[in-house]
Design a protein around this ligand. Sequence first.
Ligand SMILES: C[S@@+](CC[C@H](N)C(=O)[O-])C[C@H]1O[C@@H](n2cnc3c(N)ncnc32)[C@H](O)[C@@H]1O
Length: 245
Amino acid sequence: MSNSFSYDEDWASMYEKHTSLVGRISEAEEAATFLERFSSGRSAFELGIGNGRVAVPLSERGVKVEGLDNSDSMLKLLAKRTDLIKACKGNIANFKSEQRYDLVYCVYGTFTLLYTRDDQIACLRSAAEVLNEEGVLVIEMRVPSFDGFVGGQKTSASLVDEENTFLVAELHDPINQNLTSTLLWFSDESVRRITERVRYVYPQELDAMAECVGLGLTERWGDWARVAFTDVSKRHISVYRRTSL
Ligand SMILES: C[S@@+](CC[C@H](N)C(=O)[O-])C[C@H]1O[C@@H](n2cnc3c(N)ncnc32)[C@H](O)[C@@H]1O
């Protein structure tokens, strides 16, 4: 049985405002520019497509984008924005398609929402199987960091402005490489609570899991503008190609 997690209606209704506040909407065009390089005028498939934050600008550049998501609420948000993108309900840990793609991509840490190693490897295997010969898999995720954790826990204010305060409480389970984080979002109108569990992965482990399914790392960047990935990078964008299948 897969340990899948789905964005419910509550979270989906706040998603656009949340991504705007944390700067993720403003960088979507840059992400699309990066991804277009691997899919120009051709085909792409997004794992955990959500509301199309990145898929919509990519499709506006002439790329035929398709996607998968396990949340009806997120798929509804996408459908409201565009009818250019074909998206299906399904689990990124285990999917199949007759179609082969030039680009498969999974951004904004969505891969780590699969909180077991087995599901993560199964996701990479499914992705490798739907790539065409020259196709690439692009994954964006945070570099794990435990600065400020005491006794396996950390609480921080991740955003404070005139209208919003984000308090984030994180709990570390090192045995399963899981981080459970609860966001308390105080705004003028309400207090909301959003909990998420991820299995964090260091870049080296991601490369090793990718190798297991016949994918080799070809590029790694520190952001969508292709700044170099270094030992102080907070996230990475990794590009894999098929080595053998
Ligand atoms: C962090 S959001 C990213 C959404 C979008 N890709 C973006 O960049 O804004 C994660 C998305 O993945 C979906 N998701 C989480 N776990 C999933 C799973 N196991 N299978 C399919 N979709 C999943 C959620 O419903 C949500 O839409």
